[in-house]
Design a protein around this ligand. Structure first.
Ligand code: BGC
Length: 830
């Protein structure tokens, strides 16, 4: 691995940052021998929040943080469980205004399991002398294991081993197995197993000033001696959530009887089990839980579904075996191997969390891709543009999942059309933050934790989200050639999004160009012009260029559709030739701002902003990733400076190849020289704080061709996003899913150079030899492919089956690959 390669060569502007070399790797809790494990050998209260997020288990339907089963929410632990798509809205009064926020609900905690010896205190790690501690996330099987040996205040030594799953095959089932060994004591052991519906959404400190109670208790019962049932309902979306738990005690593999007392209260159902332990005696407690909601299909009602599913569920061990097999199948589809041990461990962890957040179970549900996974409450579980970074890896592995996640957007087209019409535009204007019904969920004010002030939030002006939706539809189609999807859903989305851009772009007579005013680009630091209200900026280059791209794709889609289908779609949309002619004209005449020296300007007027004294800020504050918060606390604003939170102009190089961008700018009548790319990268790199984990992914990508070592540095940074929590402690609030997926994508599409365009699979590897040999499996238009990159050769093997041949192009050389064949292609040294 490269050591600390510094970034930023700016002349007295942004100071260079330390690299992310060996020292940072050392801080990552990975098992150097087994690349399938995340291992913690000690208990560190300050790190527990992050570990809980990283040890989350999920299956696309639900996810549960890796919190200790005996814990409740406090300043160390946060046991959260989230169901994909389960949102609720709460209102508050803030500065005499009503604010309403929709949140992904922290549903009842199914984990609670504690115990005590004799009439001692209930087990809490903090009260014990810990003799041994190990927590291990097994990525291959999706199992979280915890082993603790401890001594209590009266000197009794106990060994505790726990393992748990959130079932990857049977989406409604979860399980926790606890084995206790009384090493040097005997007597009464009491075990408490519970379902806790008193939980609230308090996982993010800055949101705690607003209401956080989303659940209303409905039922708490013990329908049979070993079963508990808890039913709650979200207060305003009225989603009923039922959990049924079965707790069994086993000794030597046999179920044994235990005295049981149930406590049933509002939002709480528990059972205390009393057992007798001999010295050295071992007892196992299996807790299996079924979870259903009123949003589920093919059920009568959730409580009955939970009870009957639980009643039919086999024992913990059999469930665990099936769960492990389901993961093995999933990994077979997503296999990836890299010579470099540290890299492959984190890449596996990243893929693991992507596969847990969205899975084949998502296909049956109306769910999107929350930016922070189902792992915490940051962004209130909302769905932003982050799927742009997630879909490329799904498209080439599990395209069915992308398809269903695109349906999440399709179902919300009417809402997006309504939103556009309310602002006086045509077409569909997707919200920057989306939740249950697709209305705009971005907050209007947010709390700056540095100043303690509530400040206006203009992020909803990031209209570019619609461009990402259209881009995703197009990319999915490129990877799958799914004509049915394109014809029935994709085309309508692209056309309606294009229509929005066609209507927001206005003709500027003076320039004889179309302009787009009052938007925000991906860089969230620029919400307006210095001293002016937060009304957005004009002609954000990323937005304008991608708008031209979408308009062209919309014309492609129209040309692609058979006439009959075209008429079926355009008729109800009222799309007339005059409008599509206008699209063509805008795609040739949209304004793109450039600096005097030919660099694409982030937006019109950016060049006139002040330079920030980077050194001063770095010296005074150290971490300036969230420079916006620092400046606001000083009654200043990033709007005054050439300073960006994340890649903005550079996103163009991320989404479009140099050839595509050249063609597009040429089509727009600009004589752009791709030779300016390196200068453009340097220019923005020197002025970027990387206040978003997306930034490292994009910079790794754009630097890959010209500066491999610096690209690797950013790539490593993207690997460290969550394992080393490089955004100042934000991982505890949920993983950064786009950075996780993005790091895999950098390997796949950037370093390995696998791209889908036209009817060709392009292979243009610029593989960094430092990473060792790479092998991974993908699916391209229904054919399974394994790619093996070693030295300067890529070998592609196609699976068998009745599939059409594949057109491969490696650095310009075209090869046809048939099912069952393999081909070895040399590639140039990048
Ligand atoms: C970034 C956005 C991103 C969001 C969620 C923000 O910090 O600026 O681009 O969508 O995080 O990941």
């Amino acid at each position: 691995m490269p050591g600390g390669v510094n970034v930023g060569t700016g002349v007295g502007r942004k100071p260079t940052r330390g690299g992310t070399g060996d020292a940072a790797w050392a801080a990552v809790p990975l098992d150097g021998v087994n690349t399938w494990r995340l291992v913690y050998d000690d208990f560190v209260p300050e790190e527990e929040g992050r570990r809980e997020a990283l040890c989350t288990l999920g299956n696309g339907y639900l996810a549960t943080r890796g919190a200790a089963p005996e814990s409740t929410a406090d300043d160390v632990h946060y046991p959260g469980t989230y169901l994909a798509g389960c949102y609720n809205r709460l209102r508050d009064t803030l500065n005499e205004e009503t604010v309403e926020n929709e949140s992904l609900v922290n549903v009842p905690n199914w984990l609670p399991l504690s115990f005590r010896a004799g009439d001692g205190a209930w087990f809490r790690l903090a009260d014990m002398t810990v003799l041994d501690y190990k927590q291990e996330l097994d990525l291959g099987s999706g199992i979280l294991i915890r082993v603790v040996r401890f001594r209590d205040s009266v000197g009794r030594t106990t060994r505790l081993a726990q393992r748990r799953f959130v079932h990857m095959e049977s989406e409604h089932l979860c399980g926790l197995q606890t084995t206790l060994v009384a090493e040097d004591w005997s007597g009464r052991l009491e075990v408490r197993s519970a379902l806790d519906g008193t939980v609230e959404n308090t996982g993010v400190e800055r949101y705690r000033k607003l209401s956080c109670r989303h659940l209303r208790p409905l039922r708490a019962e013990s329908p049979s001696p070993e079963t508990l049932l808890l039913v709650t309902e979200t207060t305003r979306s009225h989603i009923r959530i039922a959990q049924a738990a079965r707790t069994r005690v086993l000794a030597r593999g046999e179920i044994v009887a235990a005295g049981r007392t149930a406590t049933l209260d509002l939002g709480w159902a528990s059972q205390d089990l009393v057992l007798d332990l001999e010295p050295g005696g071992t007892v196992t407690v299996d807790k299996v839980v079924a979870v259903f909601t009123s949003r589920d299909r093919a059920i009568f009602e959730p409580a009955q579904a939970a009870l009957s599913t639980l009643g039919r569920a086999p024992g913990f061990d059999e469930l665990l075996e099936r769960h492990t097999r389901a993961w093995a199948r999933l990994w077979k589809r997503s296999q990836i191997q890299i010579g470099n041990v540290e890299t492959i461990q984190v890449i596996r962890l990243h893929l693991f969390h992507v596969l847990q957040t969205v899975s084949e179970h998502s296909v049956e549900h109306d769910v999107g891709v929350p930016a922070r996974g189902l792992h915490g409450e940051a962004y209130r579980g909302h769905i932003l543009w982050d799927e742009l970074f997630v879909f490329p890896i799904l498209n080439l592995r599990l395209p069915l999942i992308t398809r269903s996640l695109l349906h999440y957007r399709y179902r919300r087209l009417p809402e997006a059309r309504w939103a556009a019409s309310q602002e006086g535009y045509a077409g569909a204007m997707f919200p920057w933050q989306s939740g249950s019904d697709g209305r705009e969920e971005s907050q209007l004010v947010h709390l700056n934790p540095v100043s303690g002030r509530w400040v206006p939030d203009a992020s909803r002006r990031q209209r570019h989200i619609g461009l990402a939706v259209a881009y995703n539809v197009w990319q999915y189609y490129q990877a799958t050639h799914d004509d049915e999807f394109m014809s029935h859903y994709g085309a309508e989305m692209i056309l309606d999004i294009a229509r929005f851009w066609g209507s927001i772009a206005v003709y500027d007579h003076g320039r004889d160009r179309y302009v787009i005013r009052g938007v925000m680009g991906p860089d969230e630091f620029h919400t307006g012009y210095p001293g002016a209200p937060d009304d957005g900026v004009d002609n954000n280059a990323y937005t304008n260029v991608m708008a031209a791209w979408v308009l062209l794709r919309a014309l492609d889609v129209l040309a692609m559709l058979p006439k009959e289908r075209r008429d079926e779609i355009t008729g109800p949309l009222g799309l007339e030739p005059g409008e599509t002619r206008r699209w063509g004209e805008i795609s040739r005449k949209i304004f793109v701002p450039f600096h005097a020296d030919g660099i694409i300007s982030q937006f019109e007027g950016y060049e006139d902003l002040a330079e920030l004294d980077w050194q001063d800020y770095q010296e005074r504050f150290g971490d300036i990733q969230r420079l916006d918060r620092i400046l606001e606390a000083e009654h200043d604003s990033p709007n005054r400076y050439k300073a960006s939170k994340q890649a903005d102009v550079l996103m163009l190089f991320y989404l479009l190849s140099a050839d595509e961008l050249s063609e597009l700018l040429e089509h727009l009548g600009y004589s752009w020289n791709p030779g300016t790319i390196p200068r453009t990268i340097e220019y923005y790199l020197d002025r970027t704080t990387h206040g978003s984990t997306l930034s490292a992914v994009v910079h790794a990508w754009v630097l890959a061709r010209a500066h491999r070592h610096r690209a690797l540095d950013y790539f490593i940074e993207s690997l460290l996003s969550d394992v080393a929590d490089i955004q100042g402690g934000t991982t505890a609030e949920g993983i950064h899913l786009a950075a996780m997926a993005g790091s895999v994508d950098v390997l796949q599409r950037c370093f390995a150079g696998v791209e889908v365009r036209g009817d060709t699979l392009w292979l243009n590897p610029y593989w960094p030899a430092e990473l060792g040999v790479l092998e991974f499996s993908i699916r391209y238009r229904g054919t399974a492919l394994t790619l093996h990159i070693a030295g300067r050769t890529v070998r592609v093997s196609a699976g068998d089956g009745e599939r059409p041949p594949i057109r491969l192009s490696c650095h310009g050389r075209v090869t046809i690959l048939r099912p069952g064949e393999a081909v070895e292609l040399p590639f140039l040294d990048g």
